[in-house]
Ligand binder design. Sequence first.
Ligand SMILES: Nc1ncnc2c1ncn2[C@@H]1O[C@H](COP(=O)(O)OP(=O)(O)OP(=O)(O)O)[C@@H](O)[C@H]1O
Ligand SMILES: [Mg+2]
Length: 425
Amino acid sequence: MMKNTVIDVRDLSKKFRIYHEKDLNLKYAFINFLTGKKSSYYDEFWALRNINMDIKKGETIGLIGENGSGKSTLLKLMSRILFPDEGYVYTEGKIAALIEIGAGFHSELSGRENIYINGSILGFKKKEIEASLEEIIEFSGLERFIDNPIKTYSSGMYVRLGFSIAINVDPDILLIDEILAVGDENFQKKCLQKIDGFKSEGKTIIIVSHDLTTVEKMCDRVFLLDNGLVASEGAPVDVISDYHKILFEKEEKALRAEQIEKMPAAAPPQEDESPAPEANRWGSKEAEITGIEFLDERNEKCDVFKTGDFMKVRIHYEAKERIKKPVFGIAFYREDGIHINGPNTKTSNYDIEHIEGKGYIEHIINSIPFLPDTYLFTASIYDYSCINAYDHWERCFKFSVVESERIKERYGVFYIPSEWRHHGQ
Ligand SMILES: Nc1ncnc2c1ncn2[C@@H]1O[C@H](COP(=O)(O)OP(=O)(O)OP(=O)(O)O)[C@@H](O)[C@H]1O
Ligand SMILES: [Mg+2]
């Protein structure tokens, strides 16, 4: 082990068995037995493969990755709740692990009794626990409930108790798995302050979290797990950016598949093809939107853009009769529901005398101001009063914006072109 290393993870792999329920069924087992067929009633699955980490004393390490990528499994191996199939984890010093809500708690016993039990599971002597008992209770803010059986506690109260024990028994290494999110805001603040204190005392901390802002703020170094492998490691900003890239690539793939599968309306539908989802569509249909295309600067279809890119939305329509002064309207929504923008040809003073038969209208954005995220798009045709819809497709279309090399902003909704000026001494 290298100097100052307190957690040494070498070629660590962990596999789990996934059991097939149907094969556990007696009937199947019996048939297999009669027919002499060998039943493999489980599959093996590697939750972690060849993980290497060299964590030094005093480092705060972030562990990020999608659900199921192996983060909790790794912490469990570090704290010896689980054991590896290959490789090893070496740790130096007392470890306190906050991995699962209520793990190691006995629900019939009181909070106070659980402090003793949990503390001893963490490897602390009765005296040590006694010395910090008052502090633990005070930090948890559960004075009034501490002698009640903890089966009456809420999930937030469980976390408060677990965290208070782990953090007040003076461990050398603290492992925290996404549990801070359960506590209320004040408690979270208190925990973060305590963790900051830990950092300055030179203790080692590993934080698993989906809250990337906190990870970026608190960690010196971050590991990204993807499907049980370390996909990236290094400075928080870089690794978080790699994580966004992976997520967007996956989203892009899914989007493509989804659009091919069930969104014929994202491209002009064939004559004999009925347009897709009707659930969010209404209107009297004298004029209909027959297709939407998102195009890039080469006029090619595209559903993933970068902040600052050129974008053209082409809205194909067909009017069964002559319609005077129609108004085309669109809207952009972020996937979480924020309505970002909703221009129409009337508010843009772009009056269209009439439409009849087939045609298309284009909305051109020279520089997309949206920051990386997924966006939903609405398209509509209304009469000049903007009250009566001929055809309205509410958030039926989707596209993504990913980080560009040129514009690296990530916080908020919009990119606002601006500049910095510094005036020093
Ligand atoms: N005891 C187990 N038996 C079988 N499979 C397991 C077991 N524990 C974890 N797994 C599997 O291992 C993989 C990694 O799980 P893990 O809990 O480490 O993911 P995670 O990164 O912590 O995810 P999350 O962000 O959802 O907490 C998952 O596919 C999970 O189903
Ligand atoms: Mg987990």
